[in-house]
Design a protein around this ligand. Structure first.
Ligand SMILES: Cc1ncc(COP(=O)(O)O)c(C=O)c1O
Length: 407
């Protein structure tokens, strides 16, 4: 492990950006200089030809990130949660049955959102935190009851659990082909494999601030022709106003066609930064995206190996570990809060646990976007170095405390 002075190494690595702590939480994440500079430009008119071109590019690229040719993109000011609301407002009619696969905190949130629009939810829980929902349970539940839609959290950010979306889609297509498949890809788009068209996903929803590599503030959602058809043939009116596709669909269709339209002022600078991030993400096409995903997996493997040396086990079971986020149990005798505090003092920001019962028993480390793809920044080395030194220092302090008490 390197023993470099953290302050010197991280200010050099961040280049043109002001010196700051490395954000190693599962979003927001570090962003590139181009993304940051796009944000800092004078605002454009949201109906100008210049902005229209930029927005059109963002819409087109956001489809590509999730493997869709014909999906209808929506990019709307709001956080990732707005994607859930778009599903609830536009696809749910009171009494519709939905099946929610739950691998952590965000499954609960998606369920709460859909039931607030009148959905009747069946929840399939992972047997224990860190596990995925067994395919056999999904199959038998779908066989026993017709569901309008099923939701999958691709990576649950509270546990770092990666669900095997492709395998799940195969089961749904075979057992209940009319069920719409909704993927929450907030913590996976840009760092995990997603083949929307090939796998038959109906909605892929994500957000700007994680592996996409932009700033918080944009909900990004791609809807399949079948999802748009389901929305168009609703019997009851769409519930809500801001999340309604009645409002947004004509706007998005206009920008896709290179024409400006208005419903709610676009956050022009956020969109500009998003376009930069998506251009970086897709600069080498599908092949580049595949390499980027592999780079995230490699960093995740390395971090897990360091954690294992420190006696820290992954929450996610083997084979279900995410590429952009690592959730690890803290060593016996330590708490998440003290690890976070010491890491922060060394210039790296980790996140604590999100599962209420074990909140202080594990930490979450985000490794997404430019921290992974731009090795010259040195972020991932810094993150592993800090984890290593923080845990060793804290364990040594505890040993000293014990020795002093015994004396
Ligand atoms: C898997 C998942 N879904 C949904 C959300 C909600 O996104 P936001 O916090 O941007 O509203 C998050 C946030 O981290 C998430 O990780």
């Amino acid at each position: 492990m390197s023993t470099k002075n953290p302050r010197l190494s991280f200010s050099r690595a961040q280049g043109r950006q002001p010196e700051h702590k490395i954000l190693a939480i599962p979003g927001p994440v570090e962003v590139s200089n181009n993304v940051l500079e796009a944000l800092a430009q004078p605002p454009l008119s949201h109906v100008s030809p210049d902005f229209t071109r930029i927005f059109q590019e963002a819409l087109s690229l956001s489809r590509k990130v999730v493997g869709s040719q014909n999906g209808q993109p929506f990019v709307i000011a709001g956080s990732g949660t707005l994607g859930w609301d778009q599903v609830g407002a536009n696809l749910i009619e009171r009494g519709d049955k939905v099946l929610v696969l739950n691998t952590g905190y965000f499954g609960d949130g998606f369920k709460d959102c859909l039931t607030s629009y009148g959905a009747v939810a069946t929840i399939l829980m992972a047997p224990s935190p860190g596990e995925t929902v067994p395919l056999a349970a999904i199959e038998s539940t779908l066989a026993g009851q017709k569901y309008k839609l099923i939701t999958i959290t691709h990576v649950d950010t509270s546990t770092g659990v990666l669900s095997d979306v492709h395998d799940i889609t195969k089961v749904v297509r075979r057992v209940s082909p009319s069920t719409l498949i909704i993927l929450d890809a907030v913590c996976s788009a840009g760092c995990e494999d997603i083949k929307m068209d090939a796998w038959g996903l109906d909605i892929v929803l994500t957000a700007s601030q994680k592996a996409i590599g932009a700033l918080p503030g944009l909900s990004i959602l791609i809807a399949s022709p079948r999802a748009i058809q389901t929305y168009s043939s609703r019997i009851t009116p769409v519930q809500g106003y801001y999340a309604s596709w009645k409002k947004w669909l004509p706007i998005m269709e206009a920008y896709v066609a290179g024409k400006a339209a208005y419903f709610g002022t676009q956050p022009v600078n956020l969109v500009r930064a998003l376009t930069e991030a998506l251009k970086e993400l897709m600069k080498d096409g599908e092949e580049g995206l595949a390499k980027r995903i592999e780079a995230h997996r490699k960093v995740a493997r390395r971090l897990r190996a360091v954690a294992a040396q420190l006696g820290m086990k992954s929450l996610a079971t083997q084979g279900a570990e995410a590429a952009g986020l690592t959730a690890i149990w803290v060593p016996e005798g330590l708490t998440a809060s003290e690890i976070l505090q010491k890491a922060g003092a060394k210039g790296v920001v980790f996140a604590g646990g999100l599962l209420a019962d074990v909140k202080d028993r594990y930490i979450r480390i985000g490794h997404m976007g430019v921290s992974v793809t731009d090795e010259a920044r040195g972020d991932t080395n810094r993150i592993t170095d800090v984890l290593y030194s923080v845990i060793n220092e804290l364990l040594a302090e505890k040993r000293m405390d014990r020795a002093t008490t015994e004396i």
